[in-house]
Design a protein around this ligand. Structure first.
Ligand SMILES: [Zn+2]
Length: 137
């Protein structure tokens, strides 16, 4: 796995929930997250090579379940191995937590539970679709 860190990032990364960023060309989206119950960070590099079908107005992000307002939800793909790729419908900037927090603030709730479920969905994708091991240390 090859990740390009955003400019100015200091190591070691201190990630509370997850960190996501888009490369300067807007082609790749990187995700680093801490799976619930694990102390290790998991990294996934996605590509935005297909923007999904924009005519599908009902697209929602598979992870945060936010509906696509301004075409922000689309297909992100990542390599499972040299021959296989998987795609998942997600917020194209992976700012799922910001959307969850906004929605929670608007309804006067805390986003803690929503964020936990988001991380569980990320972990499930990493383990079931990509076969990554997310064993707790
Ligand atoms: Zn999302």
């Amino acid at each position: 796995m090859y990740l390009e860190l955003p400019r100015g990032t200091r190591l070691p990364l201190n990630v509370r929930d997850y960190l996501a960023w888009v490369d300067p060309y807007g082609v790749r989206v990187f995700l680093v997250f801490c799976a619930p119950g694990s102390k290790r960070l998991t990294g996934i590099a996605f590509r935005r090579d297909q923007q999904g079908d924009k005519s599908l107005a009902s697209q929602v992000c598979d992870w945060c379940l936010s509906p696509s307002g301004a075409g922000q939800v689309g297909l992100l793909t990542t390599d499972v191995d040299a021959k296989r790729r998987v795609g998942v419908n997600l917020c194209l900037d992976l700012r799922c937590n910001e959307r969850l927090e906004t929605a929670a603030n608007l309804s006067g709730r805390s986003a803690v539970e929503d964020t936990k479920r988001l991380l569980e969905r990320m972990s499930r994708f990493a383990s079931e679709a990509l076969g990554l091991e997310l064993q707790p240390d």
